[in-house]
Design a protein around this ligand. Structure first.
Ligand code: HPA
Length: 263
């Protein structure tokens, strides 16, 4: 077991069954966790600090809905200069804690022209344009050398998310997330290219964590809050990180309701 998992286990009252990674502007979900145990990343051996806007840097364990959860309030991004090992360490640690299901959330830009700011997209699949986090000697203790990605996003969890959204009375988008390193936003030509490639939303996170989660056998549900439209549609869109965080914050209410209902 990693020193990180050992440290966290010694501070937890319960063994969580779900892990939740909270993206930009979505950290508020952690405020809904009952009887929270808060562990700052800076106290956890091996964990880095989260420097991105809208990311706090705490692990929060407790009760949400009907489940024991552990939430990452803030994630590590590759664009912050962290290695892929640093970015994905928390996922391996979660699996060492005995978590079986991971909910990953993020703020994403619309590639699909039908999407609107504030929409929630269930991730059905991804396209990875970042370095693969499993490059290097395989960690046999976690999983196989060549992990299958046919069902990276659990069909069962997706069906449950669709049912939860419909019970809550809102339309859930469902589409393909394309991951870039960032931190620069896309050029108009890149948005067009991503659309042609079959993507519906674009972001700078999530996929490394999902690949590592699948490597170690976790079931994954991915949710994106659409924070901006693409800049190739002649609608005057100019991407701005602060607007993205504000839009994520506005969209977070529905995402939070959805995750709560799901658990
Ligand atoms: N591109 C990349 N990442 C993002 C975007 C975007 O338009 N919006 C939020 N994260």
């Amino acid at each position: 077991m990693t020193a990180s998992a050992d440290y966290i286990l010694n501070h937890l009252g319960t063994r969580p069954s779900w892990a939740i990674t909270l993206g930009s502007g979505l950290g508020r979900l952690a405020d809904e966790i009952e009887n929270p145990t808060v562990i700052p990343y800076s106290d956890i051996p091996g964990f880095r600090r989260s420097t991105a806007v809208g990311h706090k840097g705490n692990l929060i364990a407790g009760r949400l809905g009907n489940s024991d959860v552990i939430a990452m309030q803030g994630r590590f991004h590759y664009y912050e200069g962290y290695s892929m090992d640093d970015v994905t360490l928390p996922v391996r640690v979660m699996s060492e804690l005995g978590v079986h299901r991971l909910v990953v959330s993020n703020a994403a830009g619309a590639v699909n022209p039908d999407y609107r700011v504030g929409d929630i997209m269930l991730i059905s699949d991804h396209i990875n344009l970042m370095p693969n986090p499993l490059i290097g000697p395989n960690r046999d203790e976690y999983g196989v050398r060549f992990p299958d990605m046919t069902e990276a996003y659990s069909p069962t969890l997706r069906a449950a998310a669709r049912a939860a959204a419909s019970a809550l009375g809102f339309e859930l988008r469902e589409g393909v997330y394309i991951a870039t390193t960032g931190p620069s936003y896309e050029t108009p030509a890149e948005y067009r290219f991503f659309r042609t490639a079959g993507a519906d939303a674009v972001g700078m996170s999530t996929v490394p964590e999902v690949i590592v989660a699948r490597h170690c056998g976790l079931e994954v549900l991915g949710l994106s809050v659409i924070t901006n439209q693409s800049n190739d549609l002649g609608n005057g869109t100019v991407n701005d990180g602060n607007d993205v965080v504000r839009a994520a914050d506005a969209g977070a209410t529905r995402l939070i309701a959805l995750v709560r209902a799901l658990l």
